[in-house]
Design a binder for this molecule. Structure first.
Ligand code: SF4
Length: 453
């Protein structure tokens, strides 16, 4: 029997891999365990009865739009994945969108069960509840084991905080896995492993066995020396700082004091770790002074450390579905982009004179615009065609609104919404209801007002 015949033994079912590079690990896991091939040539779609898509970024909707012409009559397209929790951009072409975790559900779907919590039938647009499964108790790739999901903290902008309850895996199951593990590196998945109640015990187990955990998500506030020391020196430790200043972080419900931030960065560098702080820009309430605060922090670190590697990622903020930010007016500040680019120029070669600071060029206004409208409108081939694949860094939001206007009206996306605004994803129910999210949005607005007086 040829491998090809084995793979296609199941009635023509496949995963379609939308991106270049390796497919996501979870897709590879299901491909192996359920004998479902992964294809990435659009021509292959035409021979398939059922096609699964894993949507990891809202911008993937633009790739789906370009594939639409290959959907054969009678075939069933089903999407899942983190970015499919809001199905707005893709449900025009999908038959079903599965919303939430599918480690357990996937096998049932493969066997033809569609009456499941989390299953959206796109032609009916039924009310659907996020499927929040228990933590998975198997490694889904060598060394990849789930520690927790969701987050105990409730930063207003964060997609991880509001759609599901925080859940930790069972200590015994993780311990058993580590006890039987005979490799050197693991990736214990969590939004913030230093928040996991039993992580200190895991550090001890890993220390005894000489295992390094490459998962380096950390929440700063609880970062211990032991945690820092347990990390590999070769891997950049990301610290999710988000707001440029203490004032801004407080507004966003990510109240990291500046002293705590500088202390965390300082200790990581002191222990010889490479570090990457992650910031968002274009946040509600942000001013020029906030960026100045970041520049001061960089200068402070440059004075304290004469060697080491410090990179800074900048993410243009999106108003995401299922967060208190969904009502806000999204914007892209080209002046801040200029300041980031200027910082990058200024820090070129900084490693020759001390701490090497490496600002990472952020997503362009075009990429950001695509992500933002993918939350609100169907990304049809007409919409995808109206926007270029790449563009100069300096176009305004108004320019892109105009470019897509013949295909879809998106002007309202870039306005503030009122309390009763009907979002296209309102039929999807997540752990936090809309009223509660709005209450937090109002709290944020009051904080902005207060900080301006
Ligand atoms: S930004 Fe980080 S700390 Fe805040 S809620 Fe999200 S995962 Fe948690």
């Amino acid at each position: 029997m040829t491998r090809q015949f084995e793979l296609f033994a199941r009635p023509a079912v496949c995963f379609y891999h939308l991106n270049s590079g390796k497919p996501p690990r979870v897709v590879e896991y299901f491909s192996k365990t359920q004998n479902v091939p992964i294809v990435s040539d659009p021509v292959d779609l035409e021979g398939m009865k059922t096609v699964f898509f894993s949507i990891h970024s809202t911008r993937d909707a633009f790739k789906v739009a370009k594939l639409a012409k290959h959907k054969r009559q009678g075939s069933v397209w089903i999407a899942g994945g983190n970015a499919a929790t809001n199905p707005t951009a893709i449900k025009w072409i999908m038959d079903y969108v599965f919303i939430g975790d599918a480690f357990v559900a996937f096998e049932k779907i493969l066997n033809g069960t569609f009456d499941l919590r989390g299953m959206l039938n796109c032609s009916e647009n039924n009310i659907v509840c996020f499927n929040d499964e228990d933590n998975f108790k198997k490694a889904y790739s060598l060394g990849f084991y789930e520690l927790s999901k969701g987050c105990k903290r409730k930063c207003f902008f964060c997609v991880n905080a509001w759609r599901r309850e925080y859940k930790e895996n069972n200590f015994e199951s993780v311990k058993k896995y580590l006890d039987s593990f005979d490799g050197r590196v693991v990736n214990l998945r969590s939004n913030s492993s230093d928040d996991v109640s039993f992580y200190p015990e895991l550090i001890q187990i890993m220390k005894t066995k000489g295992i390094i955990d490459l998962n380096i998500s950390t929440s700063i506030q609880t970062l211990t020396d032991e945690h820092i020391q347990s990390k590999s020196a070769g891997v950049k430790m990301p610290l999710g700082v988000e707001g440029f200043s203490e004032r801004l972080r407080k507004i966003l419900n990510k109240p990291i004091k500046n002293d705590a931030l500088l202390d965390a960065v300082d200790r990581c560098l002191f222990y010889g770790k490479k570090i990457r702080t992650v910031y968002q820009f274009n946040l509600p309430g942000e001013t020029e002074n906030d960026f100045d605060a970041l520049l001061q922090d960089i200068e402070y670190m440059r004075q304290r450390h004469k060697k080491g590697s410090y990179s800074i990622a900048f993410i243009p903020h999106n108003a995401n579905a299922f967060t208190p930010m969904q009502w806000e007016k999204p914007y892209y500040n080209l002046n801040t982009l200029d300041r980031i680019l200027e910082l990058g120029e200024r820090m070129k070669g900084s490693g020759k004179t001390g701490l090497s600071v490496h600002p990472i060029i952020p997503l362009s206004p075009l990429g950001w615009f695509k992500m933002q409208i993918s939350e609100f409108v169907p990304i049809t081939p007409q919409v995808a065609k109206a926007l270029p694949d790449s563009a100069p860094k300096k176009e305004t939001v108004e320019y892109y609104i105009d470019r897509v206007s013949a295909a879809v009206d998106v002007g309202y996306v870039f306005e503030e919404k009122d309390e009763n605004f009907d979002f296209p994803w309102d039929n999807v129910k997540v752990a936090t209801d809309k009223k509660e999210l709005y209450r937090h949005y109002q709290k944020m607005k009051k904080r902005i007002e207060r900080s301006n007086t």
